[in-house]
Design a protein around this ligand. Structure first.
Ligand code: ADP
Length: 374
């Protein structure tokens, strides 16, 4: 019988699971938030992922449940597990991708290198942390942040007063030391329920305005030690937290070659889009293999270099379709992926992958193709 995989969330990550699901012979079903979502082609239900009845109704026709995002509430996830549903990643693992304070505490217990941090409830506690860290820090709302929303560099507790005022009695903010990183990296691994792990090469991620703009795979000029340490961190977190499916670990590299964990995602991640065209097994296929408990695929690169450039909706003239056609015409070696989303300034509407023997050539080609949308 064909294994039925249910994805909660109908964004571009669910959309990009559709083609590999077909290839693997899996029946992919999606619970979309509304009509016209990116993953509409596989949407078998529309409903609110916070509503246990809606989710229960969706999962009764699937064999395993996974996610396009990490926002499904813990009580919904735990009710599914109690019903006997296979959920990957499960709520015990997913909590560390849902709440940055819970993550910091657990990574500390596991001895994983990370920035200095504290949970702060009022201006006094925040100022005390800042005073101990050169008067500055990065304040984060523990839950619900993405693309840099919910992250603020502060030089005094007053700069986070609005967030402190909005805290409920049992809530706190996360404050971290401001890391003077030389670059940001991401390490991805996939883990199967039985424990098999496959690691991807560590990549460099370039952010603009808190949003991932480009990814270089593998990370240029990475020493053997750096590659080994990053992979070790990815494996240790996947095992330590019991992650199933794809795990992305966002990392800071410091000027003394230390690596510190920024945050985690337990699903396919923007830092791994290069692997769709640049690795033997792309991250979307790998995620499906892992959650369906199939043997994992080879994560080796197909080419010395792969470059991913995000396409953000902007003020460009003409329709998105015309721009895709023009980019495809002028850059036949570029793999252009489109999410079926209406363009809005700053919104991710697609990405370009280019692989090759020369990094500079690949960067040039991928940027030139993506520039059609600027
Ligand atoms: P989000 O959940 O919105 O992606 P992140 O925690 O990843 O937020 O932070 C977004 C960006 O802010 C990071 O990619 C990094 O550039 C910067 N940043 C986050 N934490 C720190 C830190 N402790 N020190 C320096 N920069 C940071």
């Amino acid at each position: 019988m064909t294994l039925r995989v249910g994805v909660i969330g109908g964004g571009q990550l669910a959309r990009m699971m559709i083609a590999p699901a077909v290839e693997l012979g899996l029946d992919l079903r999606v619970l979309a938030e509304g009509e016209g979502m990116s993953a509409q082609l596989a949407a078998t239900a529309v409903g609110d992922y916070r509503d246990l009845d809606a989710v229960r109704d969706f999962v009764k026709d699937v064999d395993v449940v996974t996610f396009d995002h990490e926002h499904v509430p813990q009580d919904v996830l735990r009710a599914l597990v109690a019903d006997g549903v296979a959920v990957h990643p499960g709520p015990d693992a997913l909590q560390y991708a849902q709440d940055k304070l819970v993550m910091r505490a657990r990574l500390g217990e596991l001895g994983i290198p990370q920035p200095d941090w504290a949970a702060v409830r009022d201006a006094g506690e925040l100022q005390a942390f800042l005073d101990a860290h050169d008067g500055r820090g990065v304040v984060k709302t523990p839950r619900g942040g993405y693309d840099g929303k919910g992250v603020r560099v502060v030089r005094g507790a007053g700069e986070a007063q609005d967030w402190l005022d909005a805290l409920a009695d049992d809530q706190a903010l996360l404050v971290e030391e401001l890391v003077g990183f030389v670059r940001e990296l991401a390490q991805q691994v996939a883990r199967r329920p039985g424990g098999q792990i496959v690691a991807y090469p560590v990549v460099e991620t370039v952010q603009r305005d808190g949003v991932c703009a480009e990814v270089l795979a593998p990370a240029p000029a990475a020493s053997e030690r750096l590659v080994r340490v990053a992979e070790g961190i990815g494996r240790a977190i996947a095992e330590g937290l019991g992650v199933t499916g794809m795990l992305a670990v966002e990392l800071f590299e410091t000027d003394d070659e230390r690596i510190l964990v920024n945050e985690l995602a337990m699903r396919p991640h923007n830092s791994g889009h290069w692997s769709q065209d640049g690795a033997i097994t792309g991250q979307f296929e790998q995620h499906l293999r892992a959650v369906a408990d199939l043997p994992l695929g080879d994560a080796s690169p197909r080419a010395p270099w792969s470059v991913m450039v995000n396409i953000l909706g902007g003020p460009a003239e003409g329709t998105l379709d015309e721009r895709f056609a023009a980019a495809m015409m002028e850059h036949p070696s570029a793999k252009i992926h489109t999410y079926g989303k209406a363009p809005r300034p700053g919104r991710k509407v697609g990405h370009v992958n280019v692989s090759g023997d020369d990094l500079d050539d690949a960067v040039y080609e991928a940027r030139a193709a993506a520039a059609h949308f600027a």
